[in-house]
Each structure stands twice: as structure tokens, then as C-alpha cells.
Design a protein around this ligand. Structure first.
Ligand code: 9D3
Length: 244
């Protein structure tokens, strides 16, 4: 997979991409990540990438011209075609499903907006997809792009170091993870649940599933509504959930 990122702050990505699972995937040759400075595609000597808003409002917008030029240049560098994703607060909400969908392509182009937003012609005629990572205000699309790249890259077969596959990730089951413990079995009087020390694997599996169910019901009832539970499990929850 080839990922091209268009940004006015390429330096923001270097730390995260050189420390994470992304670096391992790059080193293994599973993914190539290219950073492109949008200013390199500005047409004036001041390398202008923003301008005032027609009709008059406060703030600046990213100009269409450097973004179109950048996408066209980056597309000319490799023959594969894939989604052109604009990171924007107006985009569809990012999720594990969206990550899996993006991971199915050989090529991704991510455009990071900044200032008060991006010229509408980029939304309408350049981007093929618009993604938001959540309902909070960021200063730009860069952190959102890092989130998307991390979630997408760990879906690529072989990207994870351990034999655990990304299919084991919590959201892949639609439930939150059960509590986990490592040694010591007693830390300052805080004890690991007895069942986990029992060696009874059937009992342990049952306890973990029940903990996942309780946790999800308590913290993320929205997930529980869509999760794949047996009738028996739904009944068990009804009788074991604390009231209110
Ligand atoms: C005044 C209206 N604001 C929209 C909520 C303007 C605005 C704020 C912040 C426009 C752009 C931005 C910068 N944010 C992003 O580019 C962004 C983002 C985000 O702020 N939250 C969640 N996901 C994303 S993806 C890109």
C-alpha cells in the first residue's frame, strides 16, 4: 500500500511515524508513506496556501489551486488509484469499519486541512471521501490523518508484530475488552481474580465474556445494541446488571 499525505506541516508526522507500528510496517515493506508539503505546490514566490473567504467571514481558507496541483503531481508518481480522503470536521465519522475499508486499497491520498477550512471546490471536485475522527475541534487535519494511518496500517496483514491479528481487536467483536492482569497476583493487597489463576480455561473464557458484556453494557450501551449476543447472554445481562 502507498499512502501520500498532503500537509503544510510534514514535520508533525515524523515523530509518530518513526516510533510506531507504522515504522515497522514501512521497514517490512508493507506500506510506503510519503509526506508532501502543500507549500511546494503554491504558484507564487511567497508559497501562499491560504486566502480570504469570499463573501466575508473571519479567518482564512486553504486555496484550491495548490491542493489540486499536489494531488495531480502525487498521482503522476504512481499508477495505482485509490480514495482521495479529505480530513475535515464535516466528514463521515471514522471507525474500525472505515479503517478496514480504506485498508482494502493499494493507494490512499490524505489531505490535511488547516485554518478555518478548505475551498469548497476541493470538497466537491477533488476529494472522493471526507472523514472526521470525532466531534471535537482540532487545529487541523494532521492529527486526524495520523489516527487514520495508524488504524489502517495495523489492518494490513503482517503489520502487527505479535501473532495476534487485528481481527482480535476489541471493536472487531463489537464489545469492550475484559480486564487483564499481569504479575504479581497480589499487588499492595489488590488481588487478581481467583478464576484467572485457576487454570480452568473454560471458566476463564466464561468470566472474560461476562466481564466484556458487563463493561460494554455499563460504558458503551450503544455498542451493545449492535453486538452479536446469544439470547442466553442477553438474559444473563438482564439478571446481572446493577439496577438503574
Ligand atoms: C468554526 C467552525 N469550525 C468547524 C467545526 C471550523 C474549523 C475548525 C477546525 C475548521 C477546521 C478545523 C480543523 N479541523 C480539522 O481539520 C479536522 C478535524 C477536527 O477538527 N475534528 C475531528 N476530525 C477532524 S478531521 C480534520
Amino acid at each position: 500500500m502507498r499512502i501520500d499525505i498532503l500537509t503544510i506541516f510534514p514535520g508533525m508526522f515524523r515523530g509518530p511515524f518513526e516510533e510506531s507500528i507504522v515504522k515497522r510496517a514501512v521497514d517490512k515493506g508493507l506500506v510506503q508513506v510519503f509526506l508532501h508539503d502543500i507549500r511546494d505546490y503554491a504558484s507564487d514566490k511567497h508559497r501562499t496556501v491560504d486566502d480570504y473567504v469570499f463573501g466575508g467571514t473571519q479567518g482564512m481558507l486553504m486555496k484550491a489551486e495548490p491542493l489540486f496541483a499536489a494531488v495531480e503531481d502525487v498521482q503522476s508518481q504512481a499508477p495505482e488509484r485509490g480514495p482521495i480522503v479529505l480530513l475535515t470536521p464535516q466528514g463521515r465519522l471514522f471507525s474500525q469499519e472505515v479503517a478496514a475499508e480504506l485498508a482494502g486499497h493499494d493507494r490512499l491520498i490524505l489531505i490535511c486541512g488547516h485554518y478555518e477550512g478548505v475551498d469548497a471546490r476541493v470538497h466537491e471536485h477533488l476529494a472522493t471521501d471526507e472523514i472526521s475522527i470525532g466531534d471535537y475541534v482540532l487545529s487541523g487535519g494532521e492529527l486526524a490523518a495520523m489516527v487514520v494511518v495508524d488504524a489502517v496500517v495495523r489492518q494490513i496483514p503482517g503489520a502487527l508484530g505479535s501473532p495476534l491479528s487485528s481481527a482480535d481487536d476489541s471493536f472487531a467483536h463489537g464489545l469492550l475488552e475484559h480486564p487483564q492482569y499481569t504479575r504479581p497476583a497480589d499487588f499492595r493487597g489488590m488481588k487478581v481474580p481467583e478464576v484467572l489463576l485457576s487454570g480452568n480455561h473454560a471458566e476463564i473464557a466464561r468470566w472474560r465474556r461476562q466481564q466484556s458484556l458487563l463493561r460494554t453494557a455499563k460504558r458503551r450501551p450503544d455498542l451493545l445494541a449492535r453486538a452479536d449476543l446469544t439470547d442466553e447472554e442477553r438474559q444473563w445481562l438482564l439478571t446481572n446488571l446493577p439496577n438503574q
